[in-house]
Design a protein around this ligand. Structure first.
Ligand code: ZN
Ligand code: ZN
Length: 256
């Protein structure tokens, strides 16, 4: 049973979010799922004027009073080959409940069309997955691997979906690595409301399951309060189909 929405952003700690912690607290008590805040921390980010970094001291000072059994404090760490020392320093220094590892940048933010403009889809997606593997081989003290279908949100190709058949070896290497290192795979629910998004995650999860993956986290990646826990019914279908165990993290410990 899914117990937590494990991927939520609030303003101002995530500068691109449009919800405040007070709005979440209003619904937290009667919401069907607990919530874990996972603010953006993308050291060495380049790509837009927004700074995806926050001061962890201020974060804990502001939000610790809200922390309770249904409301936990995590972080979404943007991993890049040149920021892993900073990531490690912060993860080691602060009492996050949960750490998400995410790839947002491959020589710049892949949310922008520039990344895709001069590349074939095969090349763009291969570079994204290769970067992911290189980063996590170098740094893997995190709890779950975020939104593996991230670039499908933004890619400018006619068919932006990430097909397992086009990238099987790269995906196998990533999944074998996280399974060996006891890292979960996130089911990011943002794209599950569309048939294509759902089918893409279905294909990807089939491979994860085939390789021995059992644990998943489920996160909406909400930046607006109305998106908290969106499409969790769809995530539930995928979890049942593969008998996954949905988990969350509290004080960095895996909880069912
Ligand atoms: Zn992200
Ligand atoms: Zn996020």
């Amino acid at each position: 049973m899914i117990k937590y929405d494990t991927h939520i952003h609030t303003y101002p700690f995530s500068q691109d979010s449009h919800q405040r912690v007070e709005e979440l607290m209003k619904i937290n008590n009667h919401h069907p799922y607990g919530m874990i805040l996972t603010e953006h921390m993308d050291y060495n980010y380049s790509g837009s004027d927004i700074k995806f970094e926050f001061n962890p001291k201020e974060y804990f000072a502001s939000y610790l009073p809200y922390r309770n059994d249904r409301f936990l404090l995590g972080v979404e760490m943007g991993l890049q080959m040149d920021n892993l020392d900073s990531v490690k320093r912060t993860v080691d220094s602060y009492p996050f409940d949960m750490v998400i590892g995410a790839i947002h940048c491959v020589n710049g933010d892949i949310a922008f069309p520039d990344y895709y403009n001069n590349k074939s889809k095969q090349e763009a997606y291969s570079r994204y997955l290769d970067t992911m593997l290189s980063c996590i081989e170098r740094y893997h003290d995190f709890d779950t691997l975020a939104h593996i279908d991230y670039m499908c949100r933004y890619a400018t190709y006619d068919d932006p979906e990430l097909h397992v058949c086009d990238h099987r070896l790269a995906l196998e290497a990533i999944f074998n690595f996280i399974i060996d290192h006891d890292i979960c795979l996130e089911i990011n629910t943002r794209r599950l409301g569309t048939e294509n998004g759902y089918q893409t995650m279905n294909e990807i999860l089939r491979l994860y399951h085939f390789l021995g993956g059992r644990y998943v986290t489920v996160g909406s990646d909400a930046h607006y309060v109305e998106n908290v826990s969106m499409n969790f019914d769809k995530a539930d279908c995928l979890i049942r189909a593969y008998n996954f165990i949905p988990v969350y993290f509290k004080e960095r410990k895996r909880m069912e």
